[in-house]
Design a protein around this ligand. Sequence first.
Ligand code: AVJ
Length: 330
Amino acid sequence: MIQQASQRLALHGTDAKSDLDDFASDVRAGLTSEKKRLSCRFIYDDAGSDIFEAICDLPEYYLTRAEREILERRAQEFSQRFDESPTIVELGSGSSTKTRVLLNALSDTFDDVHYVPIDISTEMLASTARDLLDAFPKLKVTAFAGEYNDGLRFVHDEIDEPTCTLWLGSSVGNLSREDAIKFLRSMRDTMDGHDRLLAGMDLKKDPEVLIQAYNDRAGVTESFNRNILLRINRELGGDFDPDQFEYKVTYNEDLGRVEMYQVSRMNQNVHIRDLDMTVSFEEGEPIHTENSHKYSLEDIDTLAAQGGYSREVQWFDDLDRFSLNLFKPV
Ligand code: AVJ
């Protein structure tokens, strides 16, 4: 018998208070440091998550389309690699649009499908879960609202079945190589031998193409990036005037990454009430707000090895812009 959608859903999460504390201490540390910086994970509140969905449809932002092409072509092959239905854990699930392709293939192959989306935006998590449950009658969803680490701990403690963790969209690219290795290792430590990691990783290419992907003509990425300043205003009582900052994108050849900045257009002071602090900016002074690392095939294998994985399969889109990698813990 098929159960009603509401009976197939469980929602868990960390409390919003600890998220706000994390945000506050990151802002304090980042804006008092010699080179000002903010962590891009804080761009994704409910508003930021909505803008990111719009980025995925931009003509310049090829990543989402390339990855979806791979998923569509390989979903069946993916499902057939498993003897029993793997519980699909997803880091930063967002609207789960691409994941539907896999859930569809798994539903064709297995009797039960269990999906564990982890995302910081509770709003998007809840509405996406409802849509998925309506679309997939065999699906069970255990959603977790919170940071990756808390979500993975929850999975480790509460989920007994074999898992395949999805880390799509080249989200790993937000992390420095060091942090990526650390995170991959900590995830590996929660995995059993039959668990898998399916990671989307964007490939190195012409820097012009990369810069345009992060500096679209319609200015959507710019407003996504600016959301972190607006969020400081909303949640910490800041008085950033976003018009007094200019969005800037460069490609750092040495580190193989796109770098994003908000550059002060003038000498100015910004006051952040809840942190009881005043930040002074000089004209032309940047806040480093985001990185997006790009990988060669060699980079991918090195990162995997350093993280404690071996590569089982690697798939590309037709134009070789993007890779999807199935890793197994070693
Ligand atoms: C979600 C980290 C994969 O780096 O391409 C897109 C975020 N930032 N445009 C990326 C992003 C600006 C995105 N990731």
